[in-house]
Design a binder for this molecule. Structure first.
Ligand code: G3P
Length: 510
């Protein structure tokens, strides 16, 4: 194994200091957030967070107990009642304030992302800024769409006179449970918090273990903005202790989850409550003969290797027409050779993957492909959690990498002889998040888009969730419901109607 020595790059503003000092106990452990206060768990236990680069314990967070979860949910229930009666413009004002505080403190939060999940430094800062913008957009979108309702009259339905006026409005669901994944612990937390709060809900956040400290810092920005006590809280701890307890808790009225197939288990166990789930993808990139190969290669590298492939929307399989495959692979190889590999502090393109077990899983997929005869465009190299970018050509459907999500910097190329073959491979996946097609023929692109069984198809660009107000959804095992700011606000409300019954049809006078 190659030797890898992480350098120690200092950030100007440090996590857990300044306004964030109250998050840390005297023992150096991070506290959890309940009823408007930072607290130590009475369990007396903590959960270590391993830095993916150094593979040493970086932080410790509280191992909360079920009793503490009960208290948080009770407080959320109480706080939600008065929050729902808080004028919409005031809710929006507080969200704008939180967004500004979040952006102001982007550096210490980004530092946590670098240390906990090895996100490249610049991408870490971008995640926090994008999150502030998302929260502000929620506030603006909320005041528009929640400020409107519908008015219906009864005589459009057969047999009715105009004796009923129906007024509809959107009301909150109650307590939302938000569970974001490790790859965007801040952004995919606020994509749930913003819509929940503007719609008049309260929220309990259970952050991923890797990324929990970044999430706690983000939560403190909402605390500093002055949200009412108990309205939002953040419990940390072991999934085995509080995971099922949270998701099956009778006090929870909606679950918004982003992550892996744990979401499928949650959806089977949760009660009769709305669910919003995004559970990954195997996004296919179909390259036609007439494609701009430079554009395609640039998007394959960006889509496949940014954040070391640890994105649900990463390009996860390239399906290229055989006649242009050699040319495309050469172009992709040339770009892969330019990717920098190393620690996130140095803002390298490829950084260590989140855990040793992830690295082992990725290695398993690579070895399976090797054994079954895939062509290695680069030498396979790994040091600790760091895996060098790898393009695997001539991948066949009998290889695991053709179907499974590596969530790492390894990208398979399958050569196809017809567009139908590409569509067939895409649709045979149990996932259906996004896909993309590269062609200069817009008519063909539209036909292919309609044929691909995915929530989104990008034409001439790599898959991506953003901009954050676009609808974002997966078919099949990729999820339930649709996200994006507007859809999330709507999903976190229900329709309430009031019907005015008139003694005579309203048009009888005059
Ligand atoms: O993996 C999470 C998924 O939502 C990806 O987001 O912004 O990288 O396309 P993005």
């Amino acid at each position: 194994m190659a030797h890898f020595k992480p350098p120690n790059v200092a950030f100007t503003q440090m996590a857990g200091t300044g306004v964030f000092a109250e998050l840390v106990g005297g023992d150096g452990e991070f506290k959890y957030y309940s009823d408007g206060e930072w607290k130590k768990s009475c369990s007396g236990k903590s959960v270590p967070i391993i830095n993916p680069t150094t593979r040493e314990t970086q932080f410790k967070v509280q191992a909360c107990t079920q009793e503490e979860v009960n208290k948080v949910i009770d407080a959320a229930k109480t706080a939600q009642k008065s929050w729902a009666k808080t004028p919409l413009w005031k809710r929006a004002e507080l969200l704008h304030k939180a967004a500004a505080i979040l952006k102001e403190h982007r550096n210490p939060i980004a530092e946590c992302l670098v240390k906990e999940i090895a996100k490249p430094a610049k991408d870490a800062v971008t995640e926090v800024v994008r999150s502030g913008d998302l929260v502000s957009y929620c506030a603006e979108e909320g005041v528009r769409i929640l400020g409107e309702g519908k008015f219906l009259v009864s005589d459009s339905f057969p047999g009715n006179e105009r004796t009923k006026y129906c007024l509809t409005s959107k009301i909150p669901l109650g307590v939302i449970l938000a569970i974001p994944p490790f790859n965007y612990p801040v952004n995919l937390a606020v994509s749930k918090i913003g819509p929940a709060l503007i719609a008049g809900n309260s929220l309990v956040l259970k952050p991923p273990t890797q990324g929990a400290v970044a999430a706690l810092h983000m939560m403190h920005c909402f605390h500093l903005a002055g949200f009412p006590k108990g309205l939002i809280s953040c419990v940390t701890g072991k999934g085995s202790e509080i995971g099922d307890f949270l998701t099956m808790h009778p006090g929870i009225n909606c679950i918004s989850f982003t992550g892996g197939d744990t979401g499928i288990a949650i959806s089977k166990k949760a009660g009769m409550i709305p669910l919003q789930m995004e559970l990954g993808g195997k996004d296919a990139c179909i390259i036609l003969e007439d494609a701009d190969l430079d554009l395609a290669a640039a998007n394959i590298v960006k889509g496949g290797f940014s954040y070391s492939g640890q994105r649900c929307t990463a390009v996860k399989v390239v399906l290229v027409m055989d006649s242009v495959a050699d040319a495309l692979v050469e172009k992709v190889k040339a770009k892969v050779a330019k990717l920098t590999v190393g620690p996130p502090e140095d803002d390298c393109d490829i950084t260590p993957v989140v855990t040793e077990s992830s690295a082992n899983f990725i290695e398993g997929l690579v070895m399976d492909a090797k054994q079954k005869g895939a062509t290695f465009c680069q030498e396979y190299k790994r040091a600790g959690n760091l895996i060098w970018p790898l393009l695997l050509d001539n991948v066949r459907p009998d290889m695991r990498i053709a179907w499974e999500e590596p969530f790492g910097p390894v990208l398979p190329v399958i050569r196809i002889n017809s567009v139908e073959e590409g569509i067939h491979h895409c649709n045979a996946s149990n996932f259906g998040l996004q896909g993309c097609v590269f062609t200069r023929d817009i008519n063909k692109a539209i036909l292919i888009s309609d044929a691909m069984e995915t929530g989104t198809v990008q034409i001439n660009s790599a898959p991506a969730r953003g901009p954050d107000h676009f609808p974002f959804q997966g078919l099949k095992d990729s999820g339930i419901g649709s996200q994006g700011i507007t859809n999330s606000i709507n999903m976190m409300t229900k329709i309430k109607t009031t019907v005015i019954n008139l003694p005579t049809p309203s048009y009888t006078m005059g």
